[in-house]
Design a protein. Structure first.
Lengths: 208, 111
């Protein structure tokens, strides 16, 4: 088992994430996991849609009065851009350019952190208005859905940072290439979920 | 578990070719990104412009669906070879996802 074997751009395989058995298994297992994640988010979306704007009588909070589109727009742009930067990272992985990949992943992490900061600001703002987790069925379902997505962002950031640190002095191998690849898939999936959140929760919330 | 693989040394011509191909692929990815930004802008402006709800909701849902397909097929490489099983997992999940949403909404509407 020679997983620290060094490659050059000339010998680096076209699909470094899928040449080893380990890589193939990771790839398949990860897509199965993403299927499970889809089901998880579907249940949260369904709950949110069923409980949207529902709460104790006299509740003044509603999607129309609560959400502000400019903030959501900035968050969307940050996350969408971070998706492109991780595509750049994978481009450099294919070209066996370790420095390039680490740099683009670092940019991805910074964009993700900016997104997370805005989300924390948003939640904090809602809680100050009195729209707390236990305030209504609506608030619980909202915070659970958007918060679960936020938790995924936190996990994704932690994952990418750990990968970057652990492999900083190792360079590429067929051992860590699948790890980087699955982390980037996870990051794209976070953006996929966000597309539905900004559409179904925020945009459809503002129009009522 | 095996981390081994056969080493294949490319000729200079092959190497140049694959590098060019990757560059072209990356350009396509940037185009995909531009389309995704554009779709997002349309979705937000449709809502900001204040059209009828019955127009806005189907339009933004369609835009979201297109954007997700672009993300899956280009950014997540589902359009490439060896993704049949990945697609099977994902579409099975989408079927369950659709059932969830249908069930929860009909419970509320009919209940």
């Amino acid at each position: 088992m020679d997983f620290n074997k060094k490659y050059t751009p000339q010998t680096w395989p076209d699909h470094p994430e899928q040449v080893t058995l380990e890589g193939k298994n990771k790839f398949l297992g990860f897509w199965l996991f993403l299927g499970g994640e889809t089901v998880l988010f579907a249940s949260l979306f369904a709950t949110y849609l069923a409980l949207k704007n529902k709460g104790p009588s006299g509740m003044t909070f509603s999607t129309e009065t609560l959400f502000e589109l400019p903030l959501v727009f900035v968050m969307t742009m940050l996350l969408l851009t971070s998706s492109l930067t991780s595509v750049y990272a994978m481009y450099h992985m294919k070209n066996h350019n370790f420095r390039g990949m680490q740099t683009w992943l670092a940019i991805t992490v910074l964009l993700g952190l900016a997104f997370l900061g805005l989300e924390i600001y948003e939640f904090n703002h809602y809680v100050h208005l009195g729209f707390t987790y236990g305030q209504s069925a609506f608030s619980s379902s909202f915070f659970t859905l958007v918060g679960t997505h936020g938790l995924h962002v936190v996990i994704g950031l932690g994952w990418i940072i750990l990968l970057m640190l652990r492999n900083a002095k190792r360079g590429f191998s067929l051992y860590n290439a699948p790890k980087y690849y699955t982390a980037s898939l996870y990051w794209h999936f976070i953006d996929v979920v966000w597309v539905f959140i900004f559409t179904v929760v925020y945009l459809m919330g503002v129009v009522g | 578990m095996s981390h081994d693989a056969q080493v294949y040394v490319r000729s200079q011509t092959e190497f140049e070719y694959i590098k060019q191909k990757r560059k072209k692929d990356m350009r396509n990815q940037v185009t995909t990104f531009a389309i995704m930004i554009f779709l997002t802008l349309i979705a937000f402006t449709t809502v900001a412009a204040g059209f009828s709800v019955y127009l806005i909701v189907p339009v933004i849902l369609l835009l979201a669906a297109i954007q997700v397909v672009l993300q899956l097929y280009y950014f997540m490489h589902m359009s490439e070879k060896n993704h049949q099983v990945a697609a099977f997992f994902l579409y099975s999940a989408c079927l369950i996802a659709f059932t969830f949403i249908l069930t929860f909404l009909t419970i509320i509407w009919w209940g």
